[in-house]
Design a protein around this ligand. Structure first.
Ligand code: HEM
Ligand code: HEM
Length: 214
């Protein structure tokens, strides 16, 4: 009997979950984020372009979250606090229910990561604009600073030169967001490991192949 007559077992028991866009997005994002993070010491072309790359990927993913395939859409994995809390409780009892797509906690983390990545890149663009004499993104960032709680807005306000102070503040913000992102990524990878262990499935493999066991 040939393999054409007999479908392999994996073909019978696996379903397509992650479409190619989600998978290419994910691993390109990992690479570009790492490059941007590691090249942040100076505003090199490598840093600026990898940063723009991250921004573009986040933009595409947000659009895909609205119009993409079933498991890629925000409606499929962004849940309210009650559902997230219930999932967390089940997780602590080591009996989390299985979701074929992202689980509610993973979904919340994805929203947090996309927002933080967007804010990191936007603050980088604002910083670059200040270095070049100003621009729309820099003006928007500084307008937000005016609305920020006093201690946050006052960071570096001791500087006598206003331009230096603004650049310093943006640099501080940009670096803070980049470091926050590292914390989120570590939590994300830990979450993937815990989820894989609890459900006895390899979630990382699924992000490469797109398929998960039924
Ligand atoms: C810079 C580092 C990383 C970032 C910014 C990141 C970000 C993300 C995002 C945004 C998603 C949602 C995917 C989507 O629906 O489009 C995701 C999912 C996922 N990521 Fe990452 N990731 C990072 C590193 C990693 C690493 C190192 C691994 C593996 C060890 C990993 C494994 C996964 C897996 C397995 C999923 C799917 C989770 C599920 O089954 O619900 N990620 N990641
Ligand atoms: C999500 C993507 C990005 C990450 C993770 C990232 C990360 C970093 C980090 C860690 C630093 C060093 C901060 C410090 O030690 O003070 C830095 C600096 C900087 N980044 Fe980014 N960045 C990103 C995107 C961007 C973008 C899109 C731009 C501008 C187009 C940008 C412009 C800059 C500039 C101008 C600096 C200051 C470099 C200097 O010291 O002269 N970044 N970035």
């Amino acid at each position: 009997m040939t393999s054409i007559d007999m479908p392999t077992e994996s073909a019978i028991r696996e379903v397509r979950v992650w479409d190619p866009l989600v998978r290419i997005f994910h691993w390109s994002l990992v690479a570009l984020f790492l490059i941007a993070y590691l090249s942040g010491d100076e505003a090199s072309q490598l840093h600026l372009w990898s940063g723009y790359g991250v921004l573009a990927l986040v933009g595409v993913r947000v659009l895909w979250g609205l119009v993409g395939t079933r498991h890629a859409r925000f409606g499929n994995f962004v849940r309210g606090p009650a559902t997230i809390a219930r999932y967390l409780k089940e997780l602590l009892l080591a009996r989390p229910r299985r979701y074929l797509g992202h689980n509610p906690l993973g979904g919340a983390m994805i929203v947090l990561m996309l927002a933080t990545l967007g804010a990191t890149a936007a603050s980088g663009v604002a910083l670059q604009q200040i270095h070049n004499g100003g621009g729309a993104v820099a003006s928007a960032a500084l307008a937000l600073r005016a609305l920020a709680p006093a201690p946050l807005a006052a960071a570096h306000a001791d500087d006598d030169d206003d331009d230096d102070d603004e650049a310093e503040w943006l640099e501080e913000l940009h670096e803070f967001l980049a470091q926050l992102m590292v914390v989120l990524v570590l939590l994300h990878v830990a979450g993937v490991a815990v989820g894989s262990a609890m459900h006895r499935e390899n979630l990382i493999r699924a992000m490469f192949t797109g398929r998960k066991p039924v």
